[in-house]
Design a protein. Structure first.
Length: 361
């Protein structure tokens, strides 16, 4: 996910890209985590493996228990010899260091993880990777914030998330990788960095094009091919809300637009350039989603379908339906605007001709 993980330092921006908060520091967790244990029912366990899972129904402690289940179910606890208490501390520390942004928050993190979990299940990725270790930036750059300067303008947000993730792992009580050898840790670390940096949308076209080039001769024994696949899968999951049922997906659009508008308002007040897709004076929900679905989401999922045909029915069909629904909504909006303008014009005309001739303008 791309939520804001707290760290030392401060910046004036109140929006998504303000992830340095002097009041929010990484706190060591030496206690045994005490979040109420949520016992997953068989029904929940099965639902968790599907993109239709309703992420709005769960309290933080329930989401933490679901995440715990995923670590155990995927064999990560066994393979990396993770102490179950350390796993709890790690998850709780991740939760505690997310900020309460409208969109990029802990629930978004859970969403991305749950979608990846369902893709692993749907595409049988554990088997595919059996021999492998499967393990808006613009504001930062324009405003010359501390992070953009620190990371030389290259993916400042994603670089920061890498840094904080490894800060948390550096705390012995939260280090879920303490039992892997140095070489393994190096490979896992590189994998984590590669995948977090892949979520920078500034690199979208580059990553998608590189993946397309592997498709005709995709080879699971080619490490470069597998890395390209992992990058495209994390990208799919990171922006996958429209794959979910309408009643689950739509509230996320409102949350994202709220966050965008907070950012663009700030940019306007500071005299910085504003991206049209973030401007509250130019964006409507249908226009925002139609472009994103047609030019980003659908082409990416169509590409993934070439390698995993099972993705079409479960993930691509909902995207097509969502695009059609938003196009209908836009048509309705456009019609309403036309009617409104016509009524205004007729009202003005009627008012003009109702005036005495000498008062007409």
């Amino acid at each position: 996910g791309k939520g804001e993980l707290g760290a030392n330092g401060a910046t004036n921006c109140p929006c998504k890209y303000s992830f340095l908060d002097e009041n929010k520091k990484l706190m060591p967790r030496r206690d045994v985590p005490s979040y109420p244990k949520y016992m997953l029912s068989q029904e929940t366990i099965e639902a968790l493996r599907k993109p239709t899972f309703d992420v709005w129904l769960w309290e933080p402690n329930e989401m933490l228990s679901c995440l715990e289940h995923m670590y155990h179910d995927l064999g990560l606890v066994k393979d990396f010899n993770i102490n179950p208490i350390t796993l709890k501390r790690w998850l709780l520390c991740i939760h505690d260091n997310y900020r309460s942004n409208p969109f990029h928050n802990f629930r978004h993190c859970f969403c991305v993880t749950q979608m990846m979990y369902s893709m692993i299940s749907l595409c049988n990725l554990q088997s595919a990777f059996f021999h492998m270790s499967f393990l808006h930036i613009r504001y930062q750059i324009n405003a010359r914030t501390e992070l953009a300067v620190r990371y030389n303008d290259i993916s400042p947000l994603e670089n920061h998330h890498c840094a904080v993730a490894f800060q948390i792992l550096a705390q012995p009580e939260c280090n879920i990788l303490s039992n892997v050898d140095k070489e393994q840790f190096k490979r896992i670390r590189q994998g984590i960095i590669t995948l977090i940096l892949a979520t920078d949308m500034a690199r979208h076209a580059e990553i998608l094009d590189s993946f397309k080039e592997t498709l005709d001769s995709f080879d699971y024994s080619d490490e470069e091919h597998v890395t390209q696949l992992k990058m495209i899968l994390i990208k799919c999951c990171d922006i996958s809300n429209e794959v979910r049922p309408m009643e689950v997906a739509e509230p996320w659009v409102d949350c994202l637009l709220e966050e965008y508008f907070m950012q663009s308002d700030r940019e306007k007040s500071e005299g910085l350039p504003v991206a049209p897709f973030m401007d509250r004076d130019k964006v409507t929900k249908p226009t925002a989603q139609i472009g994103f679905l047609k030019f980003v989401l659908i082409p990416m999922f169509e590409t993934v379908t070439k390698l995993f045909p099972e993705v079409e029915e479960v993930m691509l069909h909902p995207l097509w339906e969502s695009r059609d629904r938003y196009e209908e909504l836009k048509q309705t909006d456009d019609t309403m605007k036309e009617v409104s303008l016509q009524v205004q014009a007729e009202t003005k005309e009627a008012f003009y001709f109702s005036l005495p001739k000498f008062n007409r303008f």
